[in-house]
Each structure stands twice: as C-alpha cells, then as structure tokens.
Design a protein around this ligand. Sequence first.
Ligand code: C5P
Length: 221
Amino acid sequence: MVSIAIDGPAGAGKSTIARAIAERLGYIYVDTGALYRAVGLYATANGIETTDEAGVERLLMSAKVELRHDKSGTQRVYLNGYDVSEEIRRPEISMAASNVSALPAVRQFLFALQQNLAMEHNVVMDGRDIGTVVLPRAQVKIFLTASVEDRARRRFDELTAKGRSVTYEEVLEDIRKRDESDTNRAIAPLKQARDALLVDTTGNTLERSIDILLKLVKEQL
Ligand code: C5P
C-alpha cells in the first residue's frame, strides 16, 4: 500500500489539495482532523470541558468514531452511528478539536483507526502528525504551509461561502490560537518530519498548489 502524508497548520490548503491528489491517483483521501473534531463535538455536546482530561477520557468509553468513504470517495465521519460530517465544521468545534487533540488518551484512541486505513488502502492522509507519528514510513511526506494571513483569508472565504457568519479577524485569531496550541503541545506537536518536503503556498492559487504538489508526489513515487 502507498501512503502520502500531508501535514501542516490550519488553512494551508491541505484538505483541498490532498483530496485533489487522491482523486488523480485513485487513492482514498483521509482527513484526520475530522476525527479530532468528532471527539471535540462529542465533548461539547455533553457539556464536558474540552481541556478536562479525566472528563474527556471518561467520555471516550462511550464514543465510537468511524470514517467511511462513499462510492465517489468522499469521506464522512460518524459519531456513535450518526453522520456528523457537517456539524464538525462549526467554527467553535475547531478550538474544541485542538483542545482534545492535546490529550494523550484522545490521540491513542484515534491512532489505530488511522493506521488501519493506511494498511487497507492507498491513502493521501492529512493532519498534523501523519509524517511524524501516524505513518512514519509513508512513501511521500509533505509539510504544507502558508503565511497566517493567507491561511486565515482562505478559511474565512471557505466559511462565508458556506454561509457561516464570521469575521476575518475572528478567523485569524482562531488560526493563531490553534497554531500556538498545535505547535507547542507536548504530545505529537505540529512539526515538519525530517524527511518531509516543505511547500509554502503563500500567494499561490489552489490550482497552482495542486499542480506543484502533484508533480512532487509523482517524482517521489
Ligand atoms: O485539520 P483540522 O483543522 O480540521 O483539525 C482540527 C484540529 O485537530 C487541529 O487544530 C489539531 O489540533 C487537531 N489535529 C491533530 N492531529 C491531526 C489532525 C488534526 O492534532 N492529525
């Protein structure tokens, strides 16, 4: 099986680019952020503070998180049998996901699920620790980044296109906070794997970034 790991901070274009690459190569696209979002949503819905380690850990005992891919290859995420793919995109779930993702019990809970997918399918998997922790032997590793302003602008455009009422400043603040907590957490922090290729997409259109990445991936395979 072939694994392509794409890591990087929020809003770097990982999901759109990874999805496009998976489609061109006929691999499945795995968005691992959706898993942390599902746990963040579950804690929030149950009134558990997302930083409360013992509380979240207890909650995991009744949580079943699954990823399923439909015929067109689109990933859906299920929480205890319910499709929560839309709900996990609520802006407040971003920080909830970032908070629960710093808890070792949560990372452990989601680890096997991610590895199993890569054992069963050719995957393009995106996240924060795919090249460093989840799939250290991935054939291709890319660390995708862009300036924080560019990332906030893209995320803002994405959210407003979906009809969410947010301001650019709120999105920028959220991305700054998540960068800070994702980079500085003790366990599986966001960082470039030693053998990952660094790609900075600042100023590029998505189409251009997809072309660059696809070329890089093909050279590496
Ligand atoms: O990628 P996305 O922004 O949807 O991820 C939400 C949060 O989940 C991130 O801010 C990060 O804290 C966490 N995450 C993680 N490890 C991954 C993917 C996401 O810690 N592999």
